[in-house]
Design a protein around this ligand. Structure first.
Ligand code: AP5
Length: 217
């Protein structure tokens, strides 16, 4: 199974991807997570990435495509993968096509999580993320059982550097037209399924799972 989650920042891609990958036993390939790990390492590449991701700007296509190409050749991705946050541009989508053709692994589904931009600002500024396992919470919509502590692993929750109102505005502007273009790109091939991402987390999850199981619940 080779899946793409399309959606604007805050649409719920990461929240849903974590559970879906566990359910289906496939690798979670999240470019944002990979970039943040590189940034935290303090490497020269990490320092270069900081100037993009902390301010909400897209990382250049050549850097992004190479990171994904390497990741998809790792052992855990051979049994299937879910791409969360990639592709974000048409050149990235075209590069992905070439990679998948070479690997002999066609796309199974592209799920487009749709949420209005007004709602996204509230979601992103209220998000808290576990520093240890990466699980996302929301102070109002999806709070942890104990404030500031991850339910899954006991790690400390904090706010992402790019979840400030200023960086969120840049992220939305960077992604609005590009996401619409990507939806059209995959819709033209009959691969796109639109999911109402404004429903409750459990309802969105059920809709995604039903699509992936070919309509069975
Ligand atoms: P990335 O980490 O991918 O960020 P993003 O796309 O901006 O997506 P988010 O992680 O912010 O949102 P999400 O959809 O995963 O939402 P979540 O589930 O957390 O990328 C970061 C940066 O890296 C980019 O800005 C760019 O610089 C760079 N980058 C990454 N990929 C790139 C690429 N391909 N090309 C170039 N640059 C790239 O949910 C958000 C909040 O809402 C949470 O608090 C959650 O609890 C809550 N929530 C989720 N679902 C619901 C629901 N149904 N109802 C209520 N609340 C909900």
């Amino acid at each position: 199974m080779q899946i793409i989650f399309l959606g604007l920042p805050g649409a719920g891609k990461g929240t849903q991807a974590q559970t879906i990958c566990e359910d289906f036993g496939i690798a979670h390939v999240a470019t944002g997570d990979m970039f943040r790990t590189a940034k935290a390492s303090g490497s020269p590449l990490g320092e270069k990435l900081r100037s993009y991701i902390d301010f909400g700007r897209l990382v250049p296509d050549d850097v992004t495509i190479e990171i994904v190409r390497e990741r998809l050749h790792q052992a855990d991705a051979q049994k299937g993968f879910l791409l969360d946050g990639f592709p974000r541009t048409i050149p990235q989508a075209q590069a992905l096509d070439e990679m998948l053709t070479q690997m002999g692994k066609p796309l199974s589904h592209v799920l487009y999580l749709q949420v209005r931009t007004e709602e996204l600002l509230t979601r992103l500024t209220g998000r808290r993320v576990c520093a240890k396992c990466g699980t996302s919470y929301h102070v109002a919509f999806n709070p942890p059982q104990h404030e500031g502590i991850c339910d899954r692993c006991g790690g400390v929750l904090s706010q992402r550097a790019d979840d400030t109102p200023e960086a969120v505005a840049v992220r939305l502007q960077e992604n609005l037209d590009r996401t619409t273009a990507l939806a059209a790109f995959y819709e033209a091939r009959g691969l796109l399924t639109r999911v109402n991402g404004e429903e409750a987390i459990g309802t969105v999850y059920s809709a995604i799972r039903q699509t992936l199981r070919g309509g069975r619940s």
